[in-house]
Design a protein around this ligand. Structure first.
Ligand code: ROI
Length: 177
């Protein structure tokens, strides 16, 4: 049976144990998920920590995937990847080896106890808005708002620099330039 494929945007962040390496490892693991394919990714952004100024800098990226996994199964799969990468559960606002957040799932609006789509912090975070804008400049949110408008309203300047990440899904290897 053919299950419907959805377009999903995922934010990836890391500020521990060689963040660019952790990001690449996570992309690889997501691309390996069943019924899931990486479609595109933004540049890799080196960013100053939001909220915890004394924490190490982050590597942030946004990826676009197609998947036939339901939102809940995808969430569980991402939590599983976080766990396998050694993320400790109780550090909600602390430094983290890897953080994987579902930003958008087709045009779905979902508010459950475990999952909020679009992501509740999406509109407040440059480290998510700018990479998202880079890969989908014409995106309209399920609320009808244009991503461009939201991104331009955000005034936090803490992006340090961008690098190009090259991900070759045929060999499942990737490198930074
Ligand atoms: N700050 C940046 N720059 N990038 C993140 O991914 C990130 N994640 C977080 C908090 C602590 C809010 N700060 C962050 O969870």
């Amino acid at each position: 049976m053919n299950s419907k494929s959805s377009i999903v945007y995922i934010a990836i962040g890391s500020n521990l144990n060689n963040p660019p390496f952790q990001v690449k490892k996570a992309i690889k693991a997501i691309n390996y998920l069943p019924k899931t394919n990486l479609l595109s990714h933004s540049s890799l952004y080196k960013t100053k920590p939001l909220d915890f100024k004394n924490h190490p800098d982050y590597a942030n990226i946004v990826i676009k995937i197609s998947t036939s996994l339901s939102p809940v199964i995808l969430l569980k799969s991402l939590k599983n990847i976080e766990f396998n990468h050694g993320r400790v559960c109780n550090e909600r606002w602390g430094s983290r080896i890897i953080d994987l957040d579902i930003l958008l799932y087709d045009n779905l609006i979902l508010n459950s106890q475990t999952l909020t789509i679009p992501h509740s912090q999406l509109r407040f975070r440059d480290f998510v808005l700018l990479p998202l804008l880079e890969i989908s400049p014409e995106l309209t949110l399920p609320t009808g708002e244009k991503l461009k408008t939201i991104a331009n309203n955000n005034k936090e300047i803490y992006i340090i620099n961008k690098t190009t990440i090259v991900y070759d899904s045929s060999t499942c290897s990737n490198s930074f330039m």
